[in-house]
Design a protein. Structure first.
Length: 656
């Protein structure tokens, strides 16, 4: 092995070329591993499918910008940030002690530090998101960024290594602590170099031996000035807003897991991730996939914890509220390669808690971007404080904030930090969260026990909850496939289909016919409902699909005073109690006269408070406002089968 001091010294040579230093958490032990020094040339590619895997365990390191979401057809700012790949030609592992001895600790001459948004301006953004987006049905949660910009004089690769060293010493609990340095082109001495240095707590996605793992992290306990406090953490863990926020991002990332996982996904946790300035609550999602690792990476761009849900609508909201592209913020690093048996491997953190540094000469611009997950229960003051806590670690490394003072006792001696998770109250509160989640998603999914119910065609209304619905339908005895509402083949497929049609959930105002997507869905709902009532394929509407179906029955659709985005409620479902998850800002309503009118036509209505329609059913059709596929619906397969089995059996037994 090359001597550590010499290895790192080579990286300081301006002619040494691109490099990356990584300290990754070992998923087998939960402990950080060695400092990995990667060297090799960098190339720019257009698509993730073009990323070379190499043949080694560490074959390539990809820098995936946020704009790469355009590969999925999503509307985001195109700021031109390149998809770059460091093709690893040498990889050396250093102990942390050796790395710290060899890494420089140079001054970082930072100046002109300023946020792009004041605290008051960001608070106003929070209010607008709650009032204009969540309340209007655009989605359940959104992440809007704010930036802190500055200038570093005399920035070199040595400066980058010094920043990395500071994070190694000061931060804890990170999934990856890293620096990636890509010098300007050798053929263009004035070319811009790009350096990313950070300590990300969150897995984007990893894959080994066909197992895919995702790691939704949400809910932030900000340490007080006196340091971590178990009593404060207990208060945080009982905050309904923080609990629901985490459940929402689990649902959103399960959608992705169900898209790439052959058998869906299994939820593990929750856990507590303790860092230097704050602690997060998190779950882990696991599934098996036969997809290429690069396709897994593509289909999981990017987590709800840095975007929102539903994802496509969240991207539109981000573009409206953020005036510029995100660069690499909320994108990912991705280390790709092969294991000893030749299987593909992938390890990828989300690019958060990261300084993005661009240098064209004597000085470099530096940007630290951070966002908070905004939900219906957010307060502007709380979300502003969260952005400060999240950015503090990197800003301290840059020197923009003073270092944390050491914790000492009354005698002045250092106080050893006791892990918060060791407190029995914390462990109990974390474990109790599993009691609120569907057993279906907490254990490996089983084959259906009832007789098969045929095939289902699921119409995706721009919310990939449909991927979870496919797995739930399988448990209920139906083979399902999904087509989007705007797929050119949809009408022909519907005409040829024999079996259940499920009109799925999606964002938006169900009466806004000025929106081409809603207008298309209104037409589909009217056609499918008429066919179902006339003896054609049975129809089930879920959430937005239910609202559109209710509209065809003459029921008024209204915006709720308080959105039910990520809400778990007990409902009466045609005489049977059920605990279910809601994601809706609009609802159908009935009064006694409407209930009587529908009953005369053989249609039953299950109602909630203020005459809100929880479910409706009649000959050939049913609709439910809640999500049977959500982790918040405790017995989704049974609820779903109770609705679809009568529809399918009655319709097809009647046909003989």
């Amino acid at each position: 092995m090359t001597p550590p001091d010499q290895t790192v010294a080579e990286l300081l040579d301006p002619a040494a070329g691109p490099f990356a230093l990584l300290r990754r958490l070992d998923p087998r032990t939960g402990q950080p591993g060695p400092v990995e020094v990667l060297r090799g040339p960098v190339q720019t590619v257009e698509h993730l499918a073009d990323v070379p895997l190499g043949t080694a365990a560490r074959g390539a390191l990809a820098l995936v910008p946020f704009r790469q979401l355009r590969e999925r057809g999503f509307d985001v700012h195109d700021d031109g940030t390149p998809l770059q790949v460091l093709r690893v030609e040498s990889a050396v592992d250093l102990t942390v002690e050796d790395a710290l001895r060899a890494l420089p600790d140079a001054e970082v001459p930072l100046r002109d530090v300023a946020p792009d948004l004041s605290d008051d301006d960001y608070a106003a953004v929070v209010r607008r998101i709650i009032d204009d987006e969540i309340a209007q049905g655009s989605g359940a949660n959104f992440v809007i960024r704010r930036d802190v910009d500055g200038v570093i004089d005399g920035f070199t690769a040595r400066t980058a290594l010094s920043l990395f060293r500071r994070l190694l010493v000061a931060e804890q609990g990170a999934y990856w602590t890293f620096v990636v340095h890509v010098p300007g082109s050798a053929s263009d001495p004035a070319g811009t170099s790009r350096t990313l240095v950070g300590a990300s707590p969150e897995v984007h996605v990893r894959m080994a031996r066909g197992e895919v793992v995702m790691n939704p992290i949400s809910g932030t306990y900000r340490y007080p000035a006196t340091g971590p406090d178990a009593d404060g953490l207990v208060e945080f863990l009982t905050d309904p807003k923080e609990v629901e926020e985490l459940f929402m991002v689990v649902d959103e990332e399960l959608k992705m897991m169900c898209s790439v996982g052959d058998l869906g996904g299994v939820v593990h946790g929750p856990y507590l991730r303790e860092m230097a300035n704050l602690a997060h609550t998190e779950f882990e999602l696991r599934g098996q996939s036969t997809l290429d690792a690069r396709e897994v990476l593509r289909q999981t761009m990017f987590a709800a914890t840095v975007t929102g849900s539903p994802l496509q609508s969240a991207c539109r909201v981000i573009k409206r509220f953020e005036p510029s592209g995100r660069g690499y913020y909320a994108g990912a690093l991705a280390l790709l390669g092969h294991d000893a048996e030749g299987g593909q491997t992938l390890d990828s953190p989300i690019l958060i808690r990261t300084a993005d540094i661009r240098s064209t000469g004597a000085s470099a611009s530096v940007r630290v971007s951070v966002g908070a997950t905004l939900v219906r229960g957010s307060t502007p003051e709380g979300e502003v404080a969260e952005t400060h806590a999240k950015s503090a670690g990197v800003l301290r490394a840059l020197g923009a904030l003073p270092p944390l003072p050491p914790r000492t006792g009354p005698d002045g001696a250092p106080v050893r930090r006791v892990p918060l998770a060791s407190d029995a109250r914390v462990a109990t509160l974390l474990a109790s969260r599993r009691d609120r989640l569907a057993t279906f998603w907490l254990e490996p999914q089983k084959q259906p026990t009832g007789s098969p119910l045929g095939e289902a065609l699921v119409v995706d209304a721009e919310d990939t909850f449909t991927a979870m619905l496919v797995h739930l339908l399988a448990a209920a005895g139906l083979r399902a496939r999904v087509l989007r509402y705007d797929d050119p083949a949809l009408d022909a497929e519907l005409a040829a289909h024999t079996g259940l049609v499920l009109l799925g959930p999606g964002p938006g105002d169900p009466e806004d016919s000025s929106d081409p997507r809603i207008a298309r869905l209104q037409g589909l709902a009217a056609t499918l409902a008429a066919q179902a009532r006339a003896g054609g394929n049975p129809l089930l509407g879920v959430c937005l699909g239910h609202q559109l179906l209710s509209g065809t029955l003459g029921l008024p659709l209204r915006r709720k005073d308080a959105p039910h985005q990520g809400t778990q409620l007990q409902v009466d479902l045609f005489g049977t109690g059920a605990t279910v998850g809601f994601y809706n800002s609009f609802t159908a309503r009935v009064d006694d006269a409407a209930v009587g009118r529908l009953a005369a036509d053989g249609i039953e209505v299950a109602t909630g408070p203020a005459g809100e329609v929880v479910a409706v059913r009649g000959t050939g059709f049913a609709g439910i406002q809640f999500h049977p596929e959500s982790v918040l619906t405790l017995d989704g397969p049974a609820v779903l089968r109770s609705l679809v089995e009568p529809l399918v059996r009655d319709r097809f037994s009647a046909r003989g």
